[in-house]
Ligand binder design. Structure first.
Ligand SMILES: Cc1ncc(COP(=O)(O)O)c(C=O)c1O
Length: 385
């Protein structure tokens, strides 16, 4: 498809997965619902497909598309981002030790603490902004460093190249990046040296808040990825053909959605920084953000997510979230509609997330409408809208 020259992401995104329908010449790809595939008279499988838990043509098209877009070697699609993440941890050898960030998507932390640690995984939660702390946490049993950058919900930025360099000093130590918040083209974890890239395709990649999915991508072949593939095929926690198809459709517009979302994040962050009711804005695009320099180095755009804290604490945060008219109050992220969320109240008891913090996922609406709505919601908090 690409000939000699590598295509631009906008072009790749439109054409990915369209090459597959030799049977009908349909422009939009078909959805293959069949769970089983007919054997030839000689017992062979003429197209290589046997049974949809193991492999399905629509899922294969999505996996090909994700692989190309990410510049990876191979992809395995899962039924959710959490299932994809869990497959990576479960693919590690018995007794393995892993390092994960202190600030990370709480759902994966719960999977680790409640399911995987009781099953024998050893986990250290480390502030990965501090590479010395990472080095100190590594042991001879460490098999994986899990990075989420910028992190959910505090937007901590981790130096991926620094983590990769630390990992390369030890044998059998892989770096996995949860790139849900940095889909292609915002960052290039494979180019930065990551071994595995994980996405909740639920978010930016599908992009319309109507599909649950995940993927593990391998930068290069490894035993760990082979085990991830085995978990996928043997257990079948896979997206349905329709969900694969919806995700493929979402990919077509990814680069243009991301452009709008990144521009909206920058504009809304600048508005919030200037507001009297706001005490902190966590967004790596701001020069004063502690991770700004690293983010500039490793991200093409500072992303479409930000969080901010209110002088009036939890009560003020709940009032502001309650007063918006255009923003939708809800969890999740990466869809075309802008979302606002009081984060601490959805995370488990004892979370370190500040009670006065609101998290924003920028959609593709016009920034003036988003800011006007935030301004009216913040007006009662004594600020200068
Ligand atoms: C960074 C990150 N990783 C993974 C997930 C999990 O994705 P899913 O909800 O599809 O399991 C989320 C969900 O919010 C997330 O924010």
């Amino acid at each position: 498809m690409s000939g000699q020259r590598r295509l631009h992401p906008e072009t790749l995104a439109v054409h990915l997965g369209l090459e597959s329908d030799a049977a009908t010449s349909a422009i939009a790809p078909p959805i293959h619902l069949s769970t089983t595939f007919e054997r030839a008279a000689d017992g062979s499988y003429p197209h290589g497909f046997v049974y949809s838990r193991s492999e399905n043509p629509t899922r294969a098209a999505l996996e090909r598309a994700l692989t190309l877009l990410q510049g990876a070697h191979e992809a395995a699609a899962f039924a959710s981002g959490s299932a994809a993440a869990a497959a990576v941890f479960r693919a590690l050898p018995a007794g393995a030790h892993v390092v994960v960030p202190q600030d990370m998507y709480h759902g994966i932390r719960v999977v680790l603490r409640e399911l995987l640690v009781p099953a024998g995984l050893r986990v250290s939660e480390v502030d990965l902004r501090d590479l010395d702390a990472l080095e100190a946490a590594l042991t001879s049993a460490t098999r994986l460093i899990w990075v989420e950058t910028p992190s959910n919900p505090m937007l901590h930025v981790t130096d991926v190249a620094g983590v990769v360099a630390a990992a390369r000093r030890a044998a059998d130590l892989l770096v996995a990046i949860d790139a849900t918040w940095t889909p292609p083209t915002w960052a290039d974890p494979v180019g930065l040296g990551a071994d595995l890239v994980v996405h909740a395709t639920t978010k930016y990649l599908a992009g319309h808040s109507d599909v649950l999915g995940g993927a593990v991508l391998a930068a290069r072949p490894s035993d760990t990825f082979e085990r991830v593939r085995a978990i996928q095929r043997l257990e079948g926690a896979v997206p349905s053909p329709f969900e694969c198809w919806l995700t493929l459709r979402g990919l077509r517009t990814l680069p243009y959605r991301l452009r709008a979302q990144a521009a909206n994040a920058a504009t809304v962050a600048a508005f919030l920084v200037g507001h009297d009711a706001v005490t902190a804005v966590h967004y790596p695009g701001l020069p004063e953000h502690p991770g700004h320099a690293v983010a500039e180095r490793q991200m093409r755009e500072p992303g479409g997510m930000l969080s901010f804290e209110l002088a009036g604490g939890e009560a003020a945060a709940m009032r502001v979230a309650g007063a918006v008219r255009l923003w939708r109050r809800g969890t999740s992220l990466g869809g075309v509609e802008s979302l606002i969320e009081h984060r601490a109240s959805i995370e488990p008891e004892g979370t370190a997330t500040p009670r006065g913090l609101l998290r924003l996922s920028l959609g593709i609406e016009h920034h003036e409408d988003l800011i006007a709505d935030l301004a009216q919601a913040l007006a009662h908090e004594g600020g200068t809208a």
